[in-house]
Design a protein around this ligand. Structure first.
Ligand code: NAP
Length: 281
């Protein structure tokens, strides 16, 4: 068997095209343009690139992108003041604080200052709790994007065994919560998991979020399983793609699979936030 490749680029551009139409409709109905504020503290080159990409996508679909750049030596209080101001500004509908912040900043405190209704990146305790309790709320964008990609390929989730490898707060844990919310039977694996290969072999859906290139081997995959690879380092994912694609039924390539879905989810959730705040949801 050779797996079908899940085209995250295509699904992301369809998601953005649908978001663009919603933005136009919101503008028409309310006279207000949805706005995402991106906050970048310092000058980490990867963070600069990521925020630029997010801002470009926003502007590309007719949204306003409010750029906030703060110096490397910004204090926690300085950042909190900015987040609080954006939080109470009715013309800002979503707030993204680019991670990581410089070490002197209490990033958790800054995240928690984002009102849950504007937390379109799904980073606050409130968003996580809403998601975990199955009460909606904004998803962490990579796991949210993975679910969208599964849906775009009509992958049944209910009743299936999903194995998530990784338990980080931004990826593994929210991923497990979203799949559980969709009635999957979920196993979460991590660095202390024993018999990892045996567990992965039982999975109908595998989500690899380990941060180690080609860590998940093709012979761990059950024939016909769906493989979602969130990993990204040097154009390689966390799954050994060449061997896994011979066994899986569907698999995400790296790049071009999960990655593009992350920004598309961020943008779509910002449009949701704007619609809700403007009462046109
Ligand atoms: P992370 O915080 O480093 O977490 C990695 C997880 O993998 C941890 O839970 C860790 O377990 C687990 N792990 C490490 N070694 C393991 C092993 N030998 N066996 C089983 N589990 C093991 O990483 P992350 O932020 O979740 O990111 C994961 C990957 O996704 C990275 O490649 C990252 O680049 C990528 N990523 C992609 C996007 C995107 O937009 N596509 C966004 C975010 C991240 P412990 O908890 O026990 O340490």
């Amino acid at each position: 068997m050779t797996a079908t490749l899940m085209d995250g680029k295509r699904v992301a551009s369809e998601t953005l095209a649908a978001a663009e139409k919603r933005v136009a409709k919101i503008k028409e109905d309310t006279g207000v343009t949805p706005c995402l504020a991106t906050i970048l503290v310092g000058a980490d080159p990867a963070s600069i690139t990521y925020t630029q990409m997010k801002r470009r996508r926003c502007e590309g679909i007719g949204m306003i992108s409010r750029k906030v750049e703060l110096p490397e030596d910004t204090t926690t209080q300085g950042l909190l003041d900015v987040v609080n101001e954006l939080g109470s500004d009715p013309s800002v509908h979503g707030i993204l604080l680019q991670h990581p912040s410089p070490p002197q900043v209490d990033e958790r405190a800054a995240f928690e200052a984002i009102p849950v209704g504007k937390d379109v990146d799904g980073v606050t305790y409130g968003s996580f709790a809403h998601m975990w309790f199955g009460e909606g709320g904004f998803a962490s964008c990579t796991p949210g994007g993975i679910v969208r990609l599964l849906d775009a390929y009509d992958v049944p989730i209910e009743g299936k065994h999903a194995v998530v490898i990784g338990r980080s707060a931004i990826l593994g844990k929210p991923m497990a919560g979203l799949l559980l919310d969709r009635n999957a039977t979920v196993t979460i694996c991590h660095s202390r998991t024993q018999n990892l290969a045996e567990i992965v072999k039982q999975a109908d859906i595998v989500v690899a979020a380990v941060g180690r290139a080609e860590f998940v081997k093709g012979d761990w995959i059950k024939p016909g399983a769906v493989v979602m690879d969130a990993g990204y380092s040097d154009n390689k994912g966390d799954v050994e793609f060449e061997t896994a694609k011979e066994v899986a039924s569907l698999i995400t390539p790296v790049p071009g699979g999960v990655g593009p879905m992350t920004i598309a989810t961020l943008i779509d959730q910002t449009v949701d936030a704007a619609a809700k705040q403007l009462g046109v949801a």
